[in-house]
Design a protein around this ligand. Sequence first.
Ligand code: TRP
Length: 453
Amino acid sequence: MSKSSSNSPGGSLKKAERFSSSGFILAAIGSSVGLGNMWKFPYITGEHGGAAFFLLFIVCLIVVGLPVLLAEMTIGRGGRGNAATSLFNLTGNKYWKWFGALSVLTAFLIMSYYAVVAGWTFQYTLDSLTGGLSHKGMDYEAHFNDFAGGLMPVFWQAVVMLICGYVVARGISGGIEKFNKILIPGFLIILLVLMARSLTLPGAAEGVEFFLKPDFAKLDSESVLVALGHAFFSLSLGMGCMLTYGSYVKKEQSLGKATIAIGIGDLGYAFIAGLIIFPTVFSYGLQPDKGVGLAFMALPAAFSQMPFGAFFGGLFFILLAIAALTSAVSILEVPVAFAMTQWKWSRRKAASIVASVCFVLGIPAALSVTGSLSGFLIFGKTVFDWFDFSTAYLLMPIGGLVVTLFTGYAWKRAGEEAGLAGFWYRAWMVALRYVAPLLILVVLLYSLFVKPV
Ligand code: TRP
C-alpha cells in the first residue's frame, strides 16, 4: 500500500475543485446530451416501433441507466479521486484501481473519434451559413464523402481538441462549468426555434407519426438491447465520466435529485431532437437514414429546400456542435483528471498532453471514414469503426459492470454517500446487484458473439 498512499482520500485532489450545484447539473446534462441524442436516438426510436420503443427506453433508463448513473457519481464523490483512484480510495484494494483505469483508456479512444465527428459539424455549420450546402441538384452523399476523404476533418478535429483542451485546462468552475452555463441555455433556445420550425412545415405530421406512433409489433429482443446500450451511451456511463464529474460535487448536494434531473434532461433533449429531425426529413419527401447519413446527408438536403434553409440549417449544425463539444469536454476530463493525480501533473500540462495524444490518435480515425485509410481494414472494420465498436460494445459494458459490482458488492457504504435509505436504498441495490449486471452481461455477450447491435 506504501506506493499508493498518496492516493488516500483527501490527498488525491490538490486544490479541492468543486462545481456549484446548478453548475454540476448543467455540466452533467451537457455531457449526456450529445451526438447520441441528436442522431442516434430519434432514428432507433423510429426504427423500433416509435412510442413503444420510447416507453421501453424509459424503462431501461429507470431500471439500469439511472441506478448506474447514481452509482458513478456516488463513487466519485465518496472516493474524491479520478476514475481509477476513487475505487481504490474507497476500498484500499489495488485491483479495483486497475479495473477503474480501464475506463481511462476507454475515454482516450472515445475522445479520439468523437472529436472527429464534432469537427464535421463545424465544417457543416460554416457551409450552411455561407450557402455552400444549398446548390441545386447537389449530391449530398458525394459531398460528404469528398469532404470526409480530404484533410479538412483533421484540421477541424484539431480545432475541437484545442477548444476542449482549453476549457479543461481552465479547471472545473472556471472552465467546464462556465462553458456549459453559456452553451446549454443557448442550446435550449436553438432547439425550441428549430422545433417550432419543423412542426409547422407542411406534412410535418407524417414525421411525428414515424417517430411516435406506437407499434408494439416492432419491439423484439434486439430492441431491448438497443435501448439498453443507448441508455448507457446517452447518460455517458461506463467510462468514468460521471464518476469524474461526481468527484467535484459538494457534499451538500443531493445526488438522488441530480440523477433525476440529468435523466429528465437527457430524455427531454432526445425527444425534442426527434421532433425536429423527422418532420423536417419527411416534409421534403426524404427517408430518415442512420447516423452519419441522417445528419450530414438527409438533413442538409431537406434544409436546402426550406425557405431560409441556410439559416435553419446553420442553426441545426450549431446545435450539433454544441451538443458534441459539451460532451467531448466531459470525456477529455477523465484522462486529464487521471494524469493529474497519477503523475502529479498540473491541470494545464495534463490537458495539453492528453489533448495532443487524442489528436494524434484521432488522425487515423479521421482518415479512415472515406479518406486514404478507408481501405485499411482490420477484421473487416475501419479504424474509425474499431474505435466505436471496441468502446461502445466492449469497454463501456465492462466499465458499467465494474461500477455495478463495485457499488453493489464491494463498497459497503454507498447508501450513506448517496443519501439513500430504506426502500430506495434496497431498490438501488437490487438494480446494482442483479438487474443491471445481468442485463449488461447479456448486451456484452450478444454483441460479441451474435451480432453487434
Ligand atoms: N452522452 C454523449 C452522447 O449522447 C456521449 C458521451 C459523453 C459519452 N461522455 C460519454 C458516452 C461517456 C459514453 C461515455 O453523445
